[in-house]
Design a protein around this ligand. Structure first.
Ligand code: CMP
Length: 152
């Protein structure tokens, strides 16, 4: 069962009315001229942009951002991709923003991302998968601080 449904059923769901989270549109999204499409989907869902900035990620920033993946076979390809061109950094606000955004984005692998999700509709690559979003509030704080942004 989906974790939100489970928490609802158990009465343990914590509502976070104005939660903030961190995300960025990857270089493939800028190159493929999909920035407007993705931002539009996020706006229509109800997210408020608290920060929005074009940025060229450095190798140092990329290695810090993805430090949990260091040593994995896809690490270098991932770092090379996110440093290959400009990205769009953002801090988004919505009720339960962290979990809501992860649902709107869909699974990491476009092969398993459901149609209707951003990755399910707009990507066929696991590395160039349109958008990254923090998976917890703690990571939103850590990841946003790499770019001198303040998510939560
Ligand atoms: P992202 O949300 O940016 O977080 C880590 C990224 O690693 C992920 O999206 C993918 O783009 C990338 N990645 C590449 N290969 C894999 C893999 N096998 N498993 C998980 N993530 C992968």
């Amino acid at each position: 069962m989906d974790s939100v449904l489970w928490q609802e059923r158990e009465g343990t769901l914590t509502e976070r009315p104005n939660q903030r989270t961190f995300a960025f549109l990857k270089p493939d999204t800028v190159k493929n001229r999909l920035v407007g499409e993705v931002l539009s989907r996020l706006e229509r869902k109800g997210f408020t942009f608290k920060e929005l900035r074009l940025h060229q990620i450095t190798h140092k920033e990329a290695e810090s951002l993805y430090n949990v993946h260091k040593g994995k076979p896809f690490f270098q390809e991932l770092v090379d991709h996110v440093t290959s061109g400009p990205v769009v950094l953002m801090v988004l606000q919505a009720p339960n923003a962290v979990e809501t955004l992860r649902k709107v984005i869909g699974a990491t692998n476009p092969l398993t991302a459901e149609p209707g999700t951003i990755r399910g509709d707009l990507s066929v690559s696991i590395t160039a998968n349109v958008i990254h979003a923090s998976d917890t509030a703690e990571n939103a704080k850590r990841e946003s601080s790499i770019f001198s942004l303040d998510a939560p």
